[in-house]
Write a protein that binds this ligand. Structure first.
Ligand SMILES: *[C@@H]1O[C@H](CO)[C@@H](O)[C@H](O)[C@H]1NC(C)=O
Ligand SMILES: *[C@@H]1O[C@H](CO)[C@@H](O)[C@H](O)[C@H]1NC(C)=O
Ligand SMILES: *[C@@H]1O[C@H](CO)[C@@H](O)[C@H](O)[C@H]1NC(C)=O
Ligand SMILES: [Zn+2]
Length: 444
């Protein structure tokens, strides 16, 4: 991030129902462009050239391309580098403005799907969660996983089926990275479908919710999320002040988990100005402390069956370990198999034939320390623990147009329905799993 400073904006801007999403942000991306620079499997050559200009990098899977954001004054220097690239956003400011177009039709009540036709501000997300609870009052409760640095509650919803609460947990987190807006919509859509399909008597949904308690927290970084709406659209971290008088704000809550926090210098940054600043100590963000308390509470209760941290973008399904790319957990075979079936279900259900790449996080994508899936597996003892990176693979990146919300969230539902049927270990008796699934898939 270039030298952006906190102003008093946060406390003076009223976050109204639509004001927050219009173009009142103090950090403007007008004239900025986003390029996908091709690296042809030689990223270091391209990185060397790029070292001459100032940019913000969006992706870290740089084997075939590097996605970069350029300010207007950097464009001439970039042109001189004579690199091969595709344009992701020719006018980033315009793309961000287009995200804010509200459909006047959406209803805050959870009765329909119009909620998923546009992006929404924080207060509306809180109300939407409440309306999901109101749809399913005897089988759900609003929960809080503690508070953010700026004292917002990390609200979520706990759902259960027949026989009341107390079953093993399925835990979903969204929006740990503030700019990854599609992850809030996805976790909300999955909640909406769980509630409505359960009530409609859908067999697979009933089976899942009768067997597991779902804990879904769509926005685990509320301060960062509000900041992306009031001030700077591409903010990622929380909004905690930097240490030792640093003028840079924010810690990456997803580099702040205790397990293997300091295990690999490549996995996070010690620089408070970096997008991946890990904090001064493990779990020294209030957001992480609250989330970790819930993880340990669920572990010590009926246990955690499945954990998913929802992110964007890149279309990946990633399992532990992130902190060391050569370390394979004993469960890697079943995690990878399950991820393959999720990936197949998404592809087969989507008009766009969306494909997801899957595998262990460190080896498949890049090294991360202090990231959630490693911790929730190792400390939380989750049977299955994933990061899912949603759409897309580099056309729009973080700034996904509103008309793509619906297809992006909808294709995750069949993926999760398949995954829930795989959580039971009896499905993993060698070839039995394959035979059973292949049999089901060949049924018309
Ligand atoms: C970097 O910039 C300097 C000074 O502007 C210029 O002399 C040099 O050729 C540039 N290097 C590359 C790789 O473009
Ligand atoms: C959050 O609340 C605590 C306790 O009420 C208070 O001490 C603190 O100053 C608040 N923090 C912010 C950023 O408002
Ligand atoms: C902040 O100061 C402490 C104590 O001197 C030091 O251990 C730590 O590394 C410093 N952090 C940064 C980011 O400079
Ligand atoms: Zn992310």
């Amino acid at each position: 991030m270039r030298g952006f400073r906190l102003s008093s904006i946060l406390t003076t801007v009223a976050v109204g129902a639509s004001a927050a999403l219009t173009n009142g942000r103090s950090f403007s991306y007008d004239g900025y462009k986003v390029f996908r620079v091709k690296t042809h499997a030689q990223p270091s050559v391209v990185q060397e050239k790029l070292s001459n200009i100032t940019f913000e990098q969006w992706n870290h899977d740089v084997h075939s391309h590097i996605d970069i954001v350029l300010a207007p004054d950097q464009l001439p220097g970039f042109a001189e580098l004579d690199l091969e690239y595709d344009i992701m956003h020719d006018d980033l400011g315009g793309s961000i403005a287009a995200e804010s177009v509200h459909s006047s039709l959406w209803k805050r009540q959870a009765g329909g799907l119009s909620w998923f036709d546009s992006y929404h501000d924080y207060q509306d997300h809180i109300q939407y969660l409440q309306s999901l609870h109101d749809l399913f009052p005897d089988n759900s409760e609003i929960i809080s996983s503690g508070s953010s640095y700026e004292n917002r509650s990390l609200n979520g919803i706990h759902l259960w089926g027949a026989g009341g609460p107390g079953k093993p947990a399925v835990l979903y987190h969204g929006t740990v990275h503030a700019r990854e807006w599609i992850s809030a919509a996805t976790t909300e859509y999955l909640t909406y479908k769980l509630v409505t399909e359960y009530k409609a008597g859908d067999r697979a949904t009933r089976a899942a919710l009768d067997k597991y308690d779902f804990y879904i927290i769509p926005i685990v970084n509320p301060d960062g999320f509000v900041y992306t709406q009031t001030t700077q659209r591409l903010w990622r971290k929380n909004r905690q002040p930097g240490p030792n008088g640093s003028t840079c704000y924010g810690r990456d809550i997803n580099r702040n988990w205790e397990f293997a926090w300091d295990a690999n210098p490549l996995g996070a940054s010690t620089n408070p100005c970096s997008q991946t600043y890990k904090g001064e100590r493990p779990s020294d963000t209030p957001e992480n402390q609250g989330l970790d308390r819930l993880v340990r509470r669920l572990r010590d209760g009926a246990g955690i069956k499945l954990y998913i941290d929802w992110h964007s973008y890149g279309q990946y399904i990633l399992s532990p370990f992130g902190y060391k790319e050569t370390l394979y957990a004993p469960e890697l075979g079943k995690w990878t198999k399950a991820a393959q079936y999720v990936s197949d279900a998404i592809r087969d259900s989507s008009a766009a034939l969306t494909t997801f790449t899957f595998g262990p996080s460190g080896a498949t994508l890049y090294t991360t320390t202090g990231a959630a899936p490693d911790h929730v597996y190792s400390i939380g003892r989750a049977d299955f623990s994933y990061t899912i990176e949603l759409r897309d693979i580099g056309k729009h990146g973080f700034v996904l147009p509103p008309e793509l919300i619906r297809p992006t969230v909808e294709e995750q539902w069949p993926g999760q329905k398949v995954l829930w049927t795989l959580l039971d270990e009896e499905f993993f008796d060698g070839v039995g799993l394959l035979r059973r699934l292949d049999g089901r898939q060949s049924t018309p």
